[in-house]
Ligand binder design. Structure first.
Ligand code: SF4
Ligand code: SF4
Length: 127
């Protein structure tokens, strides 16, 4: 016990002083799901596999959407996608004050909810 207390006094806090110190992402950091919509065939497999029902696909409208507040970044949708258009970005979504859906449509730029997710650095403390 004394040894642990002494070690912690010398070592200092395990958390990072965000935003003064920038977070360094590792190769396996999971930030958010991205869709290269030009390769999406709107098969819906990702939505059926998603354990949190974060993805909705409308094949008839060629529309793919994700509710990022539901997504736990488990990566299952990325693994099952037959065209490999889904990927996991290392950047975390920007904080939001209300639920917004990021909507992607074929041949169109992402919806405003998709666009406002500017890369965010250093939001998770190092352990
Ligand atoms: S599994 Fe891939 S191709 Fe199928 S709807 Fe999802 S993102 Fe599009
Ligand atoms: S990463 Fe997991 S939780 Fe997030 S959308 Fe894909 S399957 Fe759903």
């Amino acid at each position: 016990m004394t040894k642990i207390v002494g070690w912690n006094l010398v070592k200092g806090p395990a958390t990072l002083m965000y935003p003064q110190r920038e977070r360094i992402f590792t190769p396996i950091t999971r930030g958010r799901i991205e869709n290269a919509i030009e390769r999406c065939i709107f098969c819906g497999l990702c939505g059926r596999r998603c354990p949190t029902f974060a993805i909705a696909v409308a094949k008839e409208n060629k529309e793919w959407q994700i509710d990022r507040l539901r997504c736990c970044v488990c990566n299952l949708c990325v693994e099952i996608c037959p065209t490999k258009c889904l990927s996991t970005n290392q950047q975390y979504p920007a904080p939001v004050s209300a639920r917004e859906l990021a909507i992607h449509r074929e041949n169109q730029p992402p919806s405003p909810a998709g666009k406002d997710e500017a890369p965010r650095q250093g939001n998770r403390g190092d352990a």
